[in-house]
Design a binder for this molecule. Structure first.
Ligand code: NAP
Ligand code: G4F
Length: 326
């Protein structure tokens, strides 16, 4: 039997490698789309030991013709669009690029599918940042109104509705995974969780003396990326395409994350190491995110396996190991 094929954009990021590993375990041929680099970074793929199991193809979310060519030549069974300028903090300074890569890029991909491969299923990496200030009694689900607070959030709302619109207009199998924050040892170093676990590991090893952070009060629903890619895959195997909220249903403040990370290395007086630095405050903040993922549990049979404490420990231990090896 012929292998199923999938294009994964954003293959070098955090989620790309976890998803690719899952697809490979299900015997897919995986095409990983990367931009043109003078020196690409395959570190996350080699961490999961799959660097040489992917077929790499060149494409850029801001280059319409590169996406057209890929869809036309590969005509994959599935496309997982994970590529994005995904750092909220930089999206004010890079508003145009963020809009082009995260918003228009999705329009280009959907148009390519419509023209050249209408049976290809499409997954869009939507986000809880679309909710922003929106909530119902402190919770967010598929029916909660969007009120994005950053150019990143706005770009993802555009992509979300374009995905819905192509599904409704052209009957494409196109779905949005509205994922809440998910983390892992592969998380980019500028995101708060990894910045904390890397910083705490450095302090423990005597390589740093302080950790500088912004808003310690904001709350996030943090899960493990390895669990979340299973939800992406499940969304693409349904009878009909739909949109799903994915999260743990439990949230914690940045302060609680910091406390837990220091606890993992037996440092009790953690406050002496932490400095609030206004440079890391945002022009507009998303204060509180908490997922109600009942639909995913009922329809996809999905639920997270790794809890908050286990996640923090996993990340701190990975950073200790990485730094000690150096
Ligand atoms: P990530 O680590 O930042 O990875 C994003 C990838 O997109 C990177 O490999 C990046 O390539 C690539 N990319 C950026 N601009 C591109 C462009 N113009 N053309 C082609 N590729 C481009 O993000 P992630 O955490 O894996 O998240 C995956 C997706 O889920 C993103 O769309 C993100 O917005 C969304 N999301 C993430 C979370 C979360 O908590 N992690 C939650 C909800 C939604 P380079 O390596 O070249 O920079
Ligand atoms: O880790 P963060 O940068 O993640 P944020 O903004 O929640 O976005 C992440 O999750 C989204 C899903 O909700 C994704 F769509 C998005 O792509 C990305 O993966 O910041 C988390 C919180 C924020 O409230 C921020 O203000 O931590 C706060 N924070 C406090 N000090 C900090 C810092 N964030 C960063 N990055 N660095 C700090 O020093």
């Amino acid at each position: 039997m012929q292998k199923k094929t999938a294009i994964v954009t954003g293959i070098l990021g955090q989620d790309g490698p976890y998803l690719a590993k899952l697809l490979l375990s299900k015997d897919y041929k995986v095409y990983g789309m990367i931009r043109r680099y003078s020196k690409p970074n395959f570190e996350n793929l080699s961490y999961l030991d799959i660097e040489d199991k992917i077929e790499y193809v060149t494409g850029d979310m801001t280059d319409e013709s590169s996406l057209m060519n890929l869809v036309k030549s590969i005509r994959p069974d599935e496309i997982y669009n994970l590529a994005a300028q995904s750092f909220v903090g930089s999206s004010w300074d890079l508003a145009k690029f963020t809009t082009e890569a995260n918003g228009l890029g999705v329009l280009y991909l959907l148009t390519a599918i419509k023209h050249f491969s209408p049976t290809t299923k499409f997954y869009q990496a939507a986000t809880s940042e679309m909710f922003g200030l929106g909530n119902v009694d402190g919770w967010q689900d598929e029916k909660t109104p969007f009120h994005p607070r950053s150019p990143y959030g706005v770009s993802k709302v555009y992509a979300y509705w374009m995905t819905v619109n192509f599904r409704e207009s052209y009957s494409l199998y196109a779905c949005n995974g509205i994922l809440f924050n998910h983390e892992s040892p592969l998380r980019g170093i500028e995101f708060v969780t990894r910045k904390i676990t890397d910083g705490v590991a450095k302090i423990k090893l005597g390589l740093a003396q302080e950790l500088r952070l912004g808003n310690m009060d904001s709350k996030r629903d943090w899960g493990f990326a390895g669990d979340y890619v299973e939800a992406m895959y499940a969304m693409m195997q349904q009878e009909e395409a739909d949109d799903y909220v994915i999260g743990t249903g439990e949230n914690h403040s940045v302060r609680e994350f910091v406390e837990m990370a220091f606890k993992a290395v037996d440092i009790a007086d953690w406050e002496t190491f932490v400095t609030i630095d206004p440079r890391f405050m945002r022009p507009a903040e998303v204060p509180d995110l908490k997922a109600r993922a009942d639909k995913a549990r009922e329809k996809l049979g999905w639920q997270p396996k790794i809890g908050f404490e286990e996640l923090v420990k996993m990340m701190v231990e990975a950073d200790l190991k990485r730094l000690s090896a150096k």
